[in-house]
Every structure is written in structure tokens, then in C-alpha cells.
Design a protein. Structure first.
Length: 628
């Protein structure tokens, strides 16, 4: 049953509800009032299909009370809608006959004619895009905004820009062609050139800067418009170039670039072109904290000093999160510091134990190997020892493993609950034994073998003879590349970990000990992407271990399209960002960091982007599943 809204009290109640729902919260009150006036109320009983016969041809539904589910032509559940969710399935033609939407219980819907809505909010493209863009597009836009936004560190306020800029600046004459500019940028590996013209200043000839051209200009102003590459580069340059004086602070530079949304800023000294600073130069400043910390670790004389330094690690993660640093950057920084702790512990152990009897490689597994570790994760490590080791040599390596693993535990890296550590004799073996392990796992993919594969296919050498691992990995990749049977087993095992389909009351939530009604960001979102990236890499014989690097390298291969790789990277980065911010809040409260997010603690818009991330994962999981 559908009823047109006529009562002012009802309009007020509906308006109060709708204005809290993205993207309607972006509309000014007067326009929101016009939108609300177009709303019809639909009452549907349990099990009824959508859309009702009396609704607009292309309705947008807002669920006020009740619940909906939508399914594909095989009747597989694709998602659920609960209170406050938007159902955009019917907004634009053609509506796929393979998608069905039904009520799960008696439901109250607000219905808006989408064509009428388009006219009303035509001046607000961001609102319209929210409806017409796919989950992938919305997520990409969100991640682009996050990567562009710069939250400024107080350290930049007191730091001179001279600590960051590059000099001299690469220039090109205004009469040179676009192609010449592109060649010069490629050869010099610069992302921009300053355009200059030759002028007579008194009795001297000088080069006066008149504009700037960047990689973005080449793409948008030349290639995208089909311009002749022989045209003068000045035809696509940005005129009225913004500059900054050489004695300005790094804070001033970052503020200017953020406000004007530019990534390159020429630096002037005595009215002369002096240097160039980029937004990357400024944001990468935060990594220097990690670099400084590793220097302190390398100089530590004993475990007590390492333990004292380890107390700074949570503070570093908090600070990087506050600065808007990406989760990828934080993961690489923390992983580098963990590596520094490990190396120093090995060095201290060797001072006590003497030189190793034979060459060896200390390995990191899991998140550390992928460079995706956060503060004080548990440790996953192993040892590959040269094949010429004697049985009695294991005593030395057992003592090394005990010293290092105990030291890491004292520094806050807890022992692995699954005992995947070098202290376990099983993971402290000569190279030939590791070859045998991987052969068995690939040729006989039992459940236990697949579990080991998910851990040990992500390995990196922290210290020692690099070739020991490289030789094992090289042989492994030859066996996995194109091995459809093994990859099918690995995929089946990985795809058991499915992302949630939507926030439907407690639908995606779990009760885990002290954590009531929470979302496990790691296992529900991040782990499925890590698993997919690993499978893609193994199927293509790619040796990279970092998840984003794996996706980038496999993009455009038979295993994964470039578009799908980009979508997965966006989803991975967004989930990592939520996890990083959640853990930073925990650390600030002196609580143990975890992966359990309460959905109500994030904004409604962030919850929408979280759903988008889950849709991206599910789409790629379904695609992988259908391949076997």
C-alpha cells in the first residue's frame, strides 16, 4: 500500500530522519524540504516483492523500518537492507530481471521518484553520484580524498622548507614541444617541469618562469584532448604559477598545496627560481620518525635498552594515524622497525653465542613479511639453515631462536599462538627440508597444508643469507604458476572467509569474549583481500609479498584485470585506515589494540563506504570461485 504524505507533522518526522542519511545530509535545509515533499510512504507485508505496483517507475527507497533482501537469479543472497539503508536497485533503467528484492518482514519504506530527485539536486553532483556510482566508484572517490587530505603535524610548523625541497629545478623553454617536455620528464624522472622564457634584464639575459607543466597536465590537457604533441608546451602549462619563498616553513608549504590542491610548489629566493617541493616530500617526512627509531635500535647495547625503545612504537602509530598517514605507510614503517629489533637481537645473540656454525637466514612470516604490521603484533618467524649443517649445530640455532623470540616478546611482540616461531624445531630446518615442505603442501593440499601455505607463502629474509630463501621461493613459484588444482584448493580454503553482506541489525556482528556486537575488520575484510592477492601472485609466479604490490604487479594479467586490482587496493586501503584509526584510539586509552570495530562508533557515511568495500571483496571472491 502506498500513501502520499500530506501532514506537516509527518513531514517534520521524515525530514528529521532523512537528513541524517548520506548523502542527503549534504543538502541545504530548503532543498531537503523539497525532496521530502516528494516522498511517498510504502507499507509492505513480509515476503512482498519490490517495487510495489503503485510506486514511481524508477523509485529510490529509504528503509524506515523493517528489512529487505536482494538476491541474484540463482537465489543467492547478495545483500540485506536495514533501517536507514538506501535501496538504489530500481533507480535507473534497465533494471536487471536477474535481481529480486523482497521484504524480510513487515516494512515501512520512503519512496522517491528518482527522475524527480535528479532534477531537484542537479546542482549537487556529489549527491547524485552517490546514487548512480557503483560501490567501486564510491570507494575510489573516498580513497582519493583521503590520500589528498593532509592533516598537518606540529613538527612541520617549526621545520624550514629547505629541509624538503630539491634544487636545482628542472626547466624547459616555452617554445619546446609537448613531446620534448614528456621526453625530458621521462629521462630525468621528474613529475613536473617549470616553463621559462628568455628575457633581457638590463644587459643580461635571464630565464623567467612563466608556468608549470605536470604529469597530470600531460594526461588531461594533451592526451585526453587529442592535442598534437608538436604543439608548444606552453599551450598546456598552468599559468599564474603559485610559488613560496625559501625561508617559509614546511607547514606553510603544505597548507598552500592542500588549500589549492596542487602537488608541486616552486620555491623562490631573491625573486629567482631556486628549488621545488612536492607534497610527497612533506608527507614522507613522517617516515623519518621511523628511520630515527631504527637508528636508536641499532645502537642499543642490551635488551633493556631495546625494551625501553619499544615503548615508543605505539606512540609512533598514534602520531602517524593523527597525521592522516595511509595504513600502507604505517604498516611499512612498523614492519621496518620490527625488522630492526629482530636484527639487533640477532646481533646481540651472536655476541654471546659466537659465529654461526653454517650460513642461515632468519625469516619473518605473515604481516611482517608483507610489510603490513601494526604496533606489537604477535611474532611469526622461522629459520632456513644451510644444508651442510650437522645435527649438533641445531643446539646453536635453538639458542639463537630462544634469545631472539624471548627478546621480541619482552619488546611487546607476543609469542605466536600457533607456535610459528624459530623456537619450534619444525620451523628451524635446513634448506632441503623447506623444499620438501613446500613440495608436500603444493602436491598434497590437505587442510593443514593449506593453512601452512597461507602463512609460509608470505616470507621475507630479515637477516642472513638471502639466497637460502630465494632458492626455495624460486622453486615454489615454478610449481604454483598455472597449477590449477593446487590453486583451486587454496582458493576454496581462502573463500571460506566471506565478508559481511550489509549492516542488518546484528547481521555482520559477532560476540567475541569481551567484544559485544563488533565487526572483525581483520578477518571479515582485510584477510580476504590478502588471501586473494596471494592466490593471484602464486598463479602468475610473482614473488612479491606485500598485498598492494602483489595486486599492482598482477593487474592486467589473466588472473586479474587492472580495474579489479584498483578496486581491491581501494578496499584494502580503506579497511586498513579504519583498523589503524581504531587501534590508535585504543592505544591512546592505554588499551590493548585489536581489530574489533563497533559499527556505531563510525559515521553513517563511513559505514556506507565499508559496505562498498565488502561488495568489492565479494565480487572478486565470486569471480574467483566461478573460475574453478
Amino acid at each position: 500500500m502506498t500513501e502520499k504524505i500530506i501532514m506537516d507533522t509527518e513531514l517534520a518526522e521524515i525530514s528529521a530522519f532523512v537528513q541524517t542519511i548520506p548523502p542527503f545530509e549534504q543538502l541545504p535545509p530548503a532543498l531537503l524540504s523539497k525532496v521530502v515533499n516528494t516522498i511517498s510512504i510504502c507499507y509492505l507485508h513480509q515476503g512482498e516483492p519490490l517495487p510495489p505496483s503503485h510506486c514511481a517507475v524508477h523509485p529510490l527507497f529509504i528503509i524506515r523500518k523493517g528489512a529487505l533482501n536482494y538476491r541474484d537469479h540463482l537465489d543467492e543472497l547478495l545483500g540485506k537492507y536495514g533501517e536507514g539503508d538506501l535501496c538504489t536497485v530500481f533507480c535507473q533503467p534497465p533494471v536487471s530481471s536477474e535481481i529480486t528484492v523482497h521484504t524480510e518482514e513487515d516494512t515501512l519504506l520512503y519512496s522517491i521518484d528518482y527522475q524527480e530527485l535528479e532534477l531537484l539536486v542537479a546542482d549537487y553532483p556529489a549527491v547524485l553520484n552517490f546514487f548512480v556510482h557503483s560501490a567501486e566508484q564510491r570507494l575510489n572517490k573516498k580513497m582519493s580524498q583521503i590520500n589528498e587530505d593532509a592533516i598537518i603535524a606540529s613538527s612541520l610548523l617549526n621545520t624550514s622548507i629547505s629541509q624538503f625541497y630539491h634544487s636545482p629545478v628542472e626547466t624547459i623553454d616555452q617554445h619546446c614541444s609537448i613531446q620534448e617536455a614528456a621526453i625530458k620528464m621521462t629521462e630525468r624522472k621528474f613529475s613536473c617541469l617549470v616553463i621559462v622564457k628568455d628575457i633581457l634584464q638590463g644587459d643580461k639575459r635571464e630565464l623567467q618562469p612563466i608556468g608549470i607543466v605536470t604529469d597530470k597536465d600531460l594526461r588531461q590537457r594533451c592526451i585526453a584532448k587529442g592535442l598534437d604533441f608538436t604543439q608548444a608546451v606552453s599551450s598546456i602549462m598552468t599559468k599564474n604559477m603559485l610559488t613560496i619563498n625559501h625561508d617559509a616553513s614546511a607547514y606553510d608549504a603544505l597548507m598552500l598545496m592542500t588549500a589549492k590542491r596542487i602537488h608541486h610548489l616552486p620555491v623562490m629566493k631573491k625573486n629567482q627560481l631556486h628549488a621545488m617541493v612536492t607534497i610527497t616530500d612533506l608527507m614522507n617526512n613522517e617516515s623519518q620518525n621511523a628511520v630515527n627509531l631504527t637508528h636508536i635500535i641499532r645502537k642499543a647495547k642490551n635488551i633493556d635498552e631495546l625494551v625501553e625503545t619499544s615503548l615508543l612504537l605505539p606512540k609512533l602509530q598514534i602520531r602517524m594515524a593523527k597525521l592522516g598517514t595511509t595504513a600502507d605507510h604505517v604498516g611499512k614503517s612498523i614492519s621496518a622497525i620490527t625488522m630492526a629489533f629482530t636484527i639487533r637481537l640477532i646481533e646481540l645473540a651472536e655476541q654471546q653465542l659466537g659465529q654461526a656454525p653454517v650460513p642461515y637466514a632468519w625469516l619473518a612470516a605473515g604481516s611482517q613479511a608483507r610489510q603490513e604490521q601494526f604496533a606489537h603484533s604477535d611474532q611469526d618467524n622461522a629459520l632456513i639453515i644451510a644444508d651442510n649443517m650437522k645435527p649438533e649445530d641445531d643446539q646453536w640455532f635453538a639458542k639463537l631462536a630462544t634469545f631472539v623470540c624471548d627478546g621480541l616478546a619482552q619488546c611487546g611482540f607476543i609469542y605466536c599462538p600457533g607456535d610459528i616461531m624459530a623456537t619450534n624445531p619444525k620451523w628451524r630446518q635446513p634448506q632441503k627440508k623447506w623444499h620438501k615442505y613446500f613440495n608436500q603442501w603444493v602436491e598434497t593440499p590437505s587442510p593443514k597444508a593449506l593453512l601452512n601455505s597461507s602463512v609460509f607463502f608470505d616470507l621475507t629474509t630479515v637477516h642472513g643469507e638471502i639466497s637460502l630463501l630465494e632458492q626455495v621461493r624460486e622453486r615454489l613459484l615454478k610449481k604454483t604458476k598455472g597449477n590449477t588444482l593446487f590453486l583451486a584448493h587454496l582458493a576454496k580454503n581462502a573463500l571460506m572467509n566471506r565478508p559481511p553482506l550489509g549492516f542488518f541489525r546484528d547481521f555482520v556482528l559477532i560476540n567475541n569474549g569481551e567484544n559485544k556486537n563488533v565487526l572483525d575488520l581483520k578477518h571479515n575484510g582485510i584477510a580476504p583481500i590478502v588471501d586473494l592477492a596471494r592466490i593471484y601472485a602464486l598463479s602468475e609466479g610473482i614473488s612479491a609479498t606485500n598485498t598492494i604490490e602483489r595486486l599492482k604487479q598482477v593487474a592486467g594479467s589473466p588472473s586479474l584485470t587492472k580495474a579489479s586490482a584498483a578496486n581491491l587496493i581501494d578496499a584494502y586501503e580503506f579497511l586498513g585506515l579504519l583498523r589503524m584509526e581504531h587501534q590508535a584510539k585504543k592505544l591512546q586509552l592505554n588499551e590493548q589494540p585489536d581489530n574489533y570495530l563497533v559499527p556505531k562508533h563510525i559515521s553513517k557515511l563511513e559505514r556506507e563506504h565499508l559496505k562498498d568495500a565488502f561488495k568489492v571483496i565479494k565480487t572478486l571472491q565470486d569471480s574467483r570461485q566461478s573460475a574453478y
